[in-house]
Design a protein around this ligand. Structure first.
Ligand SMILES: [Zn+2]
Length: 88
């Protein structure tokens, strides 16, 4: 894996979480994915190594007709109070 910004090959793992769903609070039939973040030793950019399978699925989601639909907040209401200012 190379840095997306400067192509440096020295990356350090800085965050690792158990496999998780793509969206917070949604646990329907979707698959879980590794959540590992790396930091470049040269430019400090933090990035994730996204494999082709996940990239294809994200592209399919973002290009779908439902991509721009709003969804209700999850049980945790993460960010709900902050967003309520804007959406009422
Ligand atoms: Zn870099």
């Amino acid at each position: 894996m190379k840095c997306l910004i400067c192509n440096n090959e020295e990356l350090t793992e800085v965050f690792k979480q158990v496999p998780t769903y793509i969206w917070t609070g949604i646990s329907c039939s979707m698959e879980k994915y590794k959540t590992i973040l790396y930091q470049c030793s040269k430019c400090s950019h933090i990035q994730q190594n996204i494999n082709k399978d996940l990239e294809d699925k994200l592209e399919k989601i973002y290009l779908s007709n439902e991509a721009q639909l709003s969804t209700g907040f999850s049980e945790s209401n993460w960010g709900g109070a902050e967003n309520a200012v804007y959406i009422g």
